[in-house]
Design a protein around this ligand. Structure first.
Ligand code: SF4
Ligand code: SF4
Length: 432
């Protein structure tokens, strides 16, 4: 019997029977699926995956190598549901299938390695710090780009993949837990910042940009020290027990203060502790209901108007925007664009395929890097054709994948977070 049991908080494949039956095999999902566009196989598209899941439920197919492969070939982007007449949640069905696989066969080697680390925040910190020290031995700097490539093969990571540098000082160690407003008082709404692993360990500048904007808006910010990973990588690996463990860590970390909002600056984390916690019970759903993407929060706080009131810049940079799937599928597309359009020094340009998945899909890009690259190549075409000098996004994972695609296409553009561009446009603050 497997050591990985699916706890009751998570739906089993059988719980999705009704949604699986709702698939009328119309094929409207085909045009939405980036994986299908690259591989052109029925098993890669939502309709095929739903049919395979149904076959397992009806005991017409075993959990064999083919089944495992088919279920791994999904970005969990949710794009298929957008155009599905019956709103079949294929990403959730695939995740339930992966839990079923993990329960019957145990986790994959990579899944074990990944979730073994993310469920231990202290170990993650230690590994990041020692990894940072070894970085020069393991990686070489990519010329003309901020980023790294492996010097020699390392398990699970493609050798020519762009990797962001690991910071020697994680973001959460750079600041006190409570960052007061400039004119601090108890009447101001308090936000808690769920940083996520990538901002903490590889893109601390995104977190620092967020803090600068909070100071500009004169709002206090709480950054709970004991928070953990959002659990999305564990969801993708089918490891329900690790999702639950991390959910407990996060609920405890955020329970010590009353806050108005829990903000995220990573679209994946927003899904990890927002959408997924809302589907859980009690205190997990309560935390999930407080979660808001920081760009939506900033629009609510009047940042668009405040940016428009700043002096215009002498020069401007053409910037395109890539929609992270985890925000786009929640309808969050207007706020990042409104902020970019209002930012002095930014000339916003729309790019073709902005709403298409970048091809990362978490563990997908590890198992299927060639497919991930071919999806990324289409994204790079859109960036090149837009004439933009920068492509901004709202998810560190997308930013990593966009930069990888840009590098492989030999383009000069750079990928960054919307927050970095806004922070750059703000006047210098007392503590700078
Ligand atoms: S669009 Fe929806 S109903 Fe139509 S085939 Fe795809 S999953 Fe099934
Ligand atoms: S979730 Fe994304 S990758 Fe998976 S089947 Fe749907 S569109 Fe394709």
């Amino acid at each position: 019997m497997s050591e990985h049991k699916t706890p009751g908080r998570h739906k089993t494949l059988d719980d999705f029977r009704e949604q699986i039956d709702a698939c009328v095999k119309c094929g409207a999902c085909q045009a939405q699926c980036a994986v299908y566009k690259s591989l052109k196989r029925e098993s890669t598209v939502a309709r095929g995956k739903v049919a395979i899941a149904e076959a397992l439920l009806d005991k017409q197919t075993p959990v064999d190598e083919r089944f495992v492969l088919d279920m791994s070939q999904c970005l969990l982007c949710g794009s298929c549901q957008d155009k599905c007449p019956n709103l079949v949640p294929t990403d959730e069905i695939v995740m339930a299938a992966r839990r079923e696989i993990a329960e019957r066969q145990g986790l994959s080697t990579f899944g074990k390695a990944l979730t073994g680390v993310i469920k231990r925040p202290k170990l993650m910190n230690l590994l990041a710090k020692s990894g940072g020290r070894l970085e020069k031995l393991i990686f070489r700097k990519v010329p003309d780009h901020s980023g790294l490539r492996l010097r020699f093969p390392v398990p699970f990571i493609a050798k020519d993949r762009y990797m962001p540098e690991i910071t020697p000082k994680p973001f959460r160690e750079r600041l006190p837990e409570y960052v007061p407003a400039r004119n601090d008082n108890d009447s101001k709404p308090l936000s808690a910042f769920f940083t996520g692993c990538m901002i903490n360990f590889t893109y601390p500048q995104i977190g620092e940009a967020l803090v600068k904007i909070f100071r500009f808006l004169d709002l206090p910010l709480w950054i709970p020290a004991n928070q953990g990973c959002c659990g999305l990588p564990a969801h993708a690996a089918g490891d329900a027990a690790t999702v639950d463990l991390l959910a407990d860590t996060n609920v405890n970390a955020f329970a010590t203060r009353d806050v108005d909002t829990v903000i995220t600056a990573c679209a994946s984390c927003n899904a990890g502790i927002g959408k997924h916690y809302r589907a859980m019970e009690d205190q997990y759903a309560d935390l999930g209901n407080q979660v808001e993407d920081v760009l939506v929060f900033f629009v609510r706080q009047g940042l668009v108007e405040k940016l428009r009131a700043l002096p215009q810049a002498d020069t401007s940079t053409r910037v395109a925007y890539h929609d992270p799937c985890h925000l786009r599928t929640q309808g969050i597309t207007a706020e990042p664009r409104a902020l970019l359009q209002a930012t002095p020094g930014v000339e916003f340009v729309e790019m073709e395929g902005a709403d298409r998945c970048c091809g990362l899909g978490g563990t997908f890009s590890v198992y299927h890097y060639d497919t991930s690259r071919s999806i990324g190549a289409r994204k790079a075409d859109g960036i090149a054709n837009s004439g933009a000098e920068l492509v901004a996004s709202a998810c560190p994972g997308c930013i990593m994948q966009l930069q990888d695609s840009i590098n492989h296409a030999d383009l000069k553009q750079r990928a960054c977070h919307v927050l970095e561009l806004i922070a750059q446009a703000l006047p210098a603050q007392d503590n700078e």
